[in-house]
Design a protein around this ligand. Sequence first.
Ligand SMILES: [Zn+2]
Length: 115
Amino acid sequence: MHEYSIVQSLIATCARVAREHGAEKIVKIHVTVGKLSGIDPHFLEQAYQFFREDTVCEHAEMVLETEEIMARCQQCDHTFHVDGYVFVCPECDSRSVDITSGKTLQITHIEVKND
Ligand SMILES: [Zn+2]
């Protein structure tokens, strides 16, 4: 499953950050998941619970933040929130739109413990 490899790389990033900060463990990680990232937050959470055993993340809570889908119209430059996966400009009905956000999948914040 796609989520497995993503979780493994998230944990690898946490391990590197912990090492760089001389921290023993990670307390919390904040992950932003775009609605267009193709990642199911539920599966991501499940995969995380499984893979974090015996890693620096073993006791770290994962906080998922959802990124909404935003798009900009190529015709009239209007920026809008895409609701229900309808990629049509609400101002001019154009279907020529650029996705400006919603594809993100990244760690936005890591809290470490030093003692
Ligand atoms: Zn438009």
